[in-house]
Design a protein around this ligand. Structure first.
Ligand SMILES: *[C@@H]1O[C@H](CO)[C@@H](O)[C@H](O)[C@H]1NC(C)=O
Ligand SMILES: *[C@@H]1O[C@H](CO)[C@@H](O)[C@H](O)[C@H]1NC(C)=O
Ligand SMILES: *[C@@H]1O[C@H](CO)[C@@H](O)[C@H](O)[C@H]1NC(C)=O
Length: 472
């Protein structure tokens, strides 16, 4: 059939005079070009309309997350009976503050900071809330958060790593699921080292327990990770060169005098991690710390040093297993800890806390054009809640800032609400953080002279990442 048809066409075409043949060829080509042009234009229009749709969506999402939400709590009337520990902390007759109430396990406000009704758990197993409304994907900062087995998530002082090959997020943090106690009169509350937990999730909300990926050492008392020591703020990055997952963590004795960093490695994100060694980076003390991997694959260790007076930043070796000699002191004499670093449009940002032990304090945001500094302090990034919320980082302390994939300029600020009396029941405070690059904002912020965008962390009693995020 095909051959016959072709022959027929050839036969007729041959019979057409030469000049008309030429005109016909031109006409056919014009038509082809026209059709191609139309279809190109159409795809282009479709693309740009979907792009502007995305931009519109993005704007409405930003408006939603950046809504300013107020929060109220009333200080309870003064009572005579207080827990002896709280009384001791208060010292003489200074009026009680919201922080005193927060730290006092017998306070009437306890429930406000540490709700414990089962109906209020963040539960990924499709359970309805008290009003029979599905609370799927909603973060409720401060509430207990369950994993897919129904157990409270134990990943304190943690950080999140996205792994392309598995399309999963991995949340690493301290397993503090043991009794809180004081080692001696003047010692702070502590929990023995249990190890570093890992959870995996496709959506940053439904977390599956992958177990303890770096356990504490139970018998060898001279081991860095002996259960009587301290392991805090574990963070993991991936090393392309050696195809290894590298974990850095704060390693210390129970009096915080060793002030070192430890390193562990694994071939897979879910471990087990092999502990390598600990060090004082370039000979300096290192307490609260984090690591940051830049776009050019260089990585850095940022740590509180010199009795928490300064932060230091040290570049890591190419295998990420040690520091190089390249080191700078930053935020000198500012007494900052709990650093978390992120980058947006070639500017580096950092959120830090003050140094007040387990008690919450005011966060500060900082910015720099080069990661090695100079770093400039921008101010308190907390927005909404109330005055006390803003002065206490929403009664929590930052640990990590996670970029929201597909939403440039949008991040999740991850923080810990430390439960001083019972550290295992410390809560997670995850909130939207945005880098607000609008020119008007900059003008207002710093009389038009600053090159820095504004960093804002918005309080929400309940919020979720845009549904578009889960499709991407
Ligand atoms: C929720 O659903 C349960 C079971 O269907 C029902 O018994 C209960 O009254 C409902 N609660 C509310 C607040 O609607
Ligand atoms: C105990 O730990 C130390 C320090 O890591 C190590 O040198 C030593 O070999 C360990 N001892 C045993 C019996 O494993
Ligand atoms: C911590 O300090 C206390 C009091 O100074 C002391 O008794 C204890 O031995 C110290 N512990 C360690 C592990 O250094």
């Amino acid at each position: 059939m095909m051959t016959k048809h072709k022959n027929t066409f050839a036969f007729h075409y041959k019979k057409i005079p030469k000049r008309q043949k030429c005109a016909l060829t031109v006409a056919i080509w014009t038509l082809v070009v026209f059709i191609v042009a139309i279809s190109l234009l159409q795809t282009d229009m479709r693309k740009s309309s979907s792009q502007s749709q995305l931009r519109l969506n993005h704007l409405s999402i930003a408006r939603e997350l950046e809504k300013i939400e107020h929060e109220e709590f009333h200080m309870p009337p003064t009572r005579r009976k207080r827990s002896p520990r709280a009384f001791q902390r208060r010292g003489n007759r200074r009026p009680r503050t919201a922080i005193d109430e927060f730290l006092d396990e017998s306070s009437d406000l306890r429930y406000f900071f540490f709700p414990d009704s089962r109906r209020e758990y963040v539960d990924p197993r499709g359970i309805l809330d008290a009003n029979n409304i599905s609370s799927t994907y909603y973060y409720y900062p401060g509430r207990r958060w369950l994993d897919t087995d129904g157990n409270p998530i134990q990943a304190h002082g943690g950080g999140v790593l996205y792994v392309e090959s598995t399309s999963l997020y991995y949340w690493y943090g301290e397993n503090k699921n043991g009794p809180s106690y004081h080692t001696h009169e003047k010692g702070t509350t502590r929990v023995d080292i249990i190890g570093v937990n890992c959870y995996s999730s496709p959506d940053l909300w439904t977390w599956k327990n992958e177990g303890i990926v770096l356990p504490g050492e139970e018998t060898n008392v001279s081991h860095d990770l002996h259960i009587s020591n301290v392991l805090e703020r574990p963070k993991v990055i991936y090393n392309e060169k050696n195809d290894q997952y590298i974990m850095w963590m704060h390693v210390d004795d129970s009096n915080y005098t060793r002030a070192s960093v430890g390193v562990a490695i694994s071939k897979t994100p879910t471990g087990p991690f092999t502990y390598l060694h600990s060090t004082r980076p370039n000979g300096y003390e290192s307490r609260d710390m984090t690591i940051f991997k830049d776009d050019d694959l260089k990585a850095y260790l940022i740590y509180s040093s010199e009795d928490n007076t300064d932060l230091h930043i040290s570049q890591l070796t190419d295998d990420y297993l040690d520091v190089t000699g390249s080191m700078r002191k930053i935020l000198v004499s500012q007494h900052r800890e709990a650093p978390s670093i992120f980058k947006y449009e070639n500017i580096y940002y950092m959120v830090t806390s003050g140094c007040t032990g387990w008690a919450p304090n005011k966060a500060l945001a900082h910015a720099a054009e080069s990661i090695m500094g100079p770093w400039e302090t921008l101010g308190n990034p907390c927005v909404g809640g109330n005055k006390m919320f803003k002065m206490t980082t929403f009664f929590s302390q930052g640990t990590f800032v996670l970029p929201l994939k597909g939403f440039p300029g949008s991040f999740i600020f991850m923080a810990d609400r430390w439960n001083y009396a019972e550290l295992s029941d410390s809560r997670y405070v995850w909130l939207p953080l945005s880098v607000d690059g609008s020119f008007d904002d900059r003008m207002e912020y710093n009389f038009g002279f600053s090159a820095w965008s504004k960093i804002s962390i918005y309080w929400h009693r309940k919020w979720r990442v845009p549904s578009e995020f889960r499709i991407l």
